[in-house]
Design a protein. Structure first.
Ligand code: TYD
Ligand code: MG
Length: 451
């Protein structure tokens, strides 16, 4: 006999418990337990077990056309070269960042190429979607809309006439009838995702799910949602600035770190094919504290401007603020500057910013950060057509970075004339016509060239 039971779930990690707890033993976060009703017992014994047998890897058949294009190059790149048949993709991001828009645009392109596409919305009505769609462009009859909240309705629809791609907007508004708790709750989100996973794998349909994010920036619902799906994409960027960056944080079918850059326009999202140009637009010339670095985002080099402001502090404890960079990394570099380059920064506030609302994790930016700090400290502008990159170690050494040649080429393509790079990388650079490449082995050497 099936019966209902009250269970407590952690909203962050999905930890289950019979009683309420203040702190989750799984992820150590506080006050995240919520009560939900689940159905237990009465599971049928399946008699399929005998029929299951392993297959030799040599006998597994793959079809040639396993990927197909979304019609948006930037999205294809982030997905690892296009949509994989039967994959489950989670798209997360802040409200209003453009998740619904990008999926609608993708669906439009796919339907134009003759694929049947089903767009399921639990948030908007048919006419609201149509209004949005009219801004984006014209659609064909292969683009099907469904405004329901019950997953069972979606399943019935799919069974009747299976589409090639399904978009679910959003997972937090979907519910299955077997689970008694409200839509958006941990057990609902988990169950809906598991059912969508089954649909994707069994029927070979690519499924895209929109997920809302929490204040902390992770997809709302249990963290293990990210483990269940094949690919997790995050849409980020400043909502007020026009640029949106789509980042793959997990991808079973391609590399992560890959990014796609978009701009929100009146007619939907448009692709930015040359992000370096956009990121350097409006760069101040002849100003101290501004340096251009080259960061690798997946397989693509992007030039970015790092800005630093170093000024006398009015307090006992100097203030350090970073935007778009790791705070601790900047503190570490300030300490290296004090100890290894003999600069007294203890009495200075330091602010470091990446222009354009970009977030930078590449350690190759270290040399750029240091150069910007020193330039601002000495109030001396750097050469205008200069790019610097390299990782800095605690003893002040400049260490080699990956893909140095690609970075130098990007700098040359964008019209830069000098590149300051790690000495160990310089030896491996074969072609450097039209750009002067200077190899440095430690921070003192670098600062001699810079200012
Ligand atoms: P939306 O895709 O609804 O965001 P999400 O689904 O992530 O919550 O994006 C909505 C924002 O984008 C909204 O502020 C309006 C803006 N927008 C445009 O500027 N141009 C357009 O063509 C569209 C469709 C939306
Ligand atoms: Mg939306």
């Amino acid at each position: 006999m099936a019966k209902e039971k009250q269970i407590f779930f952690c909203r962050e990690c999905g930890f289950e418990s019979g009683k309420w707890m203040g702190q989750c033993p799984g992820c150590k976060s506080w006050n995240t337990f919520c009560e939900e009703t689940i159905t237990v017992g009465a599971k049928k014994q399946s008699d399929r077990r005998d029929a299951v047998a392993p297959t030799s890897i040599l006998e597994v058949q793959t079809s040639d056309e396993t990927r197909f294009s979304t019609g948006l190059e930037e999205l294809n790149r982030v997905l690892g070269g296009g949509i994989v048949n039967g994959s489950l993709v989670l798209v997360g991001g802040d409200p209003g960042i453009g998740k619904s828009t990008i999926l609608l645009q993708m669906c439009r392109n796919l339907s134009e190429n003759g694929y049947r596409v089903l767009y399921v919305s639990g948030e908007e009505s048919l006419s609201q979607i149509k209004m949005r769609a009219e801004r984006i462009g014209t659609f064909t009859k292969d683009m099907l809309l469904l405004c329901v909240n019950h997953l069972e309705d979606v399943e019935a629809c799919i069974k009747k006439n299976p589409p090639k791609v399904i978009a679910i907007d959003s997972i937090q508004t979907m519910l299955v009838e077997d689970v008694p708790s409200a839509p958006g709750s941990v057990s609902q989100v988990k169950e809906v995702t598991a059912r969508l996973m089954q649909i994707a794998k069994q029927m070979d349909i690519a499924v895209f799910i929109v997920g809302h994010v929490t204040k902390e920036g992770t997809v709302a619902g249990p963290r293990n949602l990210e483990h269940m799906v094949d690919t997790v994409l995050y849409f980020e960027g400043d909502r007020n600035a026009g640029f949106r960056i789509l980042r793959a944080v997990k991808n079973r079918f391609g590399s992560t770190n890959e990014i796609g850059v978009f701009e929100m326009t009146k007619t939907g999202l448009s692709e930015v094919n040359n992000p370096s140009k956009v990121m350097l637009d409006g760069r101040p010339v002849n100003t101290s504290g501004s340096v251009v670095v080259c960061s690798m985002e997946g397989t693509r080099p992007i030039l970015l401007e790092i800005q630093a402001l170093v000024c006398q502090t009015n307090f006992n404890l100097p203030r350090r603020t970073t935007v778009g960079l790791d705070y601790n990394r900047v503190n570490l570099l300030l300490a290296v500057l004090e100890k290894r380059a003999g600069m007294v920064l203890a009495g200075c506030d330091a602010y470091v910013n990446i222009a354009g609302g970009f977030r930078l994790d590449d350690p190759a930016a270290d040399l750029g950060i240091v150069a910007a700090l020193v330039s601002s400290f000495k109030n001396k502008p750097l050469e205008e057509h200069l790019v610097a990159f390299g990782e800095i170690g605690l003893s002040g050494e400049v260490r080699g970075v990956s893909s140095a040649e690609q970075r130098v080429n990007e700098a040359r393509k964008m019209g830069f004339q000098t590149c300051i790079i790690p000495k160990s990388n310089k030896e491996n650079i074969k072609t450097a016509d039209g750009i002067q490449v200077i190899g440095v082995s430690n921070i003192r050497e670098a600062l001699e060239y810079l200012c």
